[in-house]
Write a protein that binds this ligand. Structure first.
Ligand SMILES: [Zn+2]
Length: 193
């Protein structure tokens, strides 16, 4: 194991890779009434979610990065128009934002030699840059990797979550979305007859 930078702390960096990318994309959800709930709406909300103190500037960058990641998810999963559509950007702009965030914490290998040679990775980024770079890198590795083919936009009523299919027949992000869809179909059938 290689030492990770000191940013590794609860809660989000307990996650890595796909799970981290999905968790980040999932910081915005439908509120049950046609609006959105955003975990990153305030600096405190961001700090609670990320485990890193945040000022307004960092929060704004995180939100922009989150929409960029969601725009790429929508593109990858061919998501149809959903509640979050007004926030989505074109692929070129989203790539620029994600790549820029990932590049803010360039990592250098460093060799230390006491008893024996030891490899450490170091970077000069601050906690905020490092956090966003970690999230952006997770999204990049996910979108460029084989798991991307299993990314789905949940078709549940109003749901804007993304998930990676755990088994071939998984249709919903969670069972409650499937239940809501069945209830809603039943309701509409009842009205039409
Ligand atoms: Zn869902």
């Amino acid at each position: 194991m290689v030492d990770l930078p000191k940013c590794v702390r609860e809660p989000i960096t307990r996650l890595a890779g796909v799970a981290l990318a999905l968790e980040f994309a999932g910081t915005v959800r439908h509120d049950g009434h046609g609006g959105l709930v955003d975990d990153l709406a305030t600096p405190d909300g961001f700090a609670t979610w990320a485990g890193v103190p945040a000022d307004e500037a960092l929060r704004r960058r995180a939100v922009e990065l989150r929409w960029a990641v969601r725009s790429l998810f929508a593109h990858a999963a061919q998501a149809r128009e959903r509640l979050d559509a007004p926030h989505l950007m074109d692929v070129g702009r989203a790539l620029e934002i994600v790549n820029d965030a990932a590049a803010r914490a360039p990592r250098a290998a460093r060799l230390e030699w006491d008893e024996q040679p030891t490899l450490r990775y170091v970077d000069s980024a601050d906690d905020g840059d490092r956090l966003l770079a970690t999230v952006a890198t997770a999204a990049i590795e996910f979108l460029a990797g084989g798991t991307r083919a299993d990314l789905r936009a949940c078709p549940g009523p109003r749901c804007i979550r993304y998930f990676v299919k755990a088994h071939p027949r998984q249709e919903w992000c969670k069972p409650s979305c499937g239940n809501r869809a069945r209830v809603s179909r039943h309701y509409h059938r009842g009205r039409d007859s």
